[in-house]
Design a protein around this ligand. Structure first.
Ligand code: PLP
Length: 272
């Protein structure tokens, strides 16, 4: 496979990063991740906008325009014959003289195999566990996922799919997904301390009456339906939180309908 490394497209195995890059020693860098569907980079413009915004907000110099990034990506899809795959863009913090201040960043763009959750998870829903945590600079897609990577041993031991964060009684998001809550036929999604997911944005288009607001942990635990959204999960139903069932413990009708509508929207975007 080929990747983009710093200035050129090269063999992925030849890509190199300096071990003292503050992306590694300080966890300071940004990334983004999207997928191709039928060779089309799905919702690419939105992901590029977010990546560019993350670079600006972290004071990292991307040195490539949106148009240039798009051209590199289309070339990589062709060279790697990436019909249905993931594409990861990474901008490092750079090799810093004082090992702390952002310096000259390196850009990498990698193609990956996609791992979707199994069909049974969409049919039965999954379990999440709650954890008191709030992400710092939450709306920037930084490479710092130290807390959830560390926590994953715990949620796996509890047979959970992932975590849901709450702090001072207010929920925010899952480790790599956004959250939607349905109660009495009303859909809501958290407004603060979240990454603005591209999948979330699309679901908001499908469900324009969704209320975007602070949602309490108590509301979450009393919801009729809960689901999570992300690039690799699309819409994934949540039927257990900690040791309680969500609603009747089955995938609810609103979630089911949105799952179907999302698939249709995706198909419409990937027709040639
Ligand atoms: N929240 C966080 C912290 C994430 O890392 C991600 C995705 O990686 C999301 C939400 C979901 O965003 P998207 O739908 O753009 O994949």
């Amino acid at each position: 496979p080929y990747c983009f490394s710093k200035t050129d497209i090269i063999q992925s195995q030849d890509a190199q990063i300096h071990p003292m890059d503050i992306g590694l020693i300080r966890g300071y860098g940004i990334f983004d991740f999207f997928r191709t569907s039928n060779y089309v980079p799905l919702f690419l413009s939105d992901y590029l906008d977010r990546f560019i915004r993350s670079a600006e907000k972290t004071h990292l110099d991307l040195r490539y325009t949106k148009k240039e990034l798009e051209e590199i990506i289309l070339k990589l899809i062709e060279q790697n014959d990436l019909e249905n795959g993931g594409i990861r863009m990474l901008l490092t913090g750079g090799l810093s003289e004082n090992h702390f201040s952002p310096a000259k960043s390196d850009l990498f763009i990698f193609c990956e195999e996609l791992l979707f959750p199994s069909p049974s998870k969409y049919e039965q829903g999954v379990k999440l566990v709650t954890a008191d945590y709030v992400r710092a600079i939450a709306d920037i897609k930084t490479t710092n996922y130290a807390y959830p990577v560390w926590l994953s041993a715990q949620w796996k031991s509890l047979n959970a799919e992932d975590v849901i964060y709450h702090h001072q009684g207010i929920i925010s998001e899952s480790s790599r997904s956004n959250i939607f809550v349905i109660k009495n036929e009303e859909i809501s999604t958290p407004s603060e301390h979240i990454l603005h997911g591209i999948t979330r944005k699309r679901v908001l288009e499908l469900a324009p009456r969704t209320s975007i607001r602070a949602i309490t942990l108590e509301e979450l635990m009393k919801a009729d339906e809960v689901f999570m959204t992300s690039t690799t999960k699309r819409i994934l139903p949540i039927t257990t939180i900690d040791e309680s069932k969500v609603g009747n413990g089955k995938v609810g009708p609103f979630t089911q309908q949105l799952m179907e509508e999302f698939k249709k929207m995706e198909a419409k975007h990937t027709l040639h």
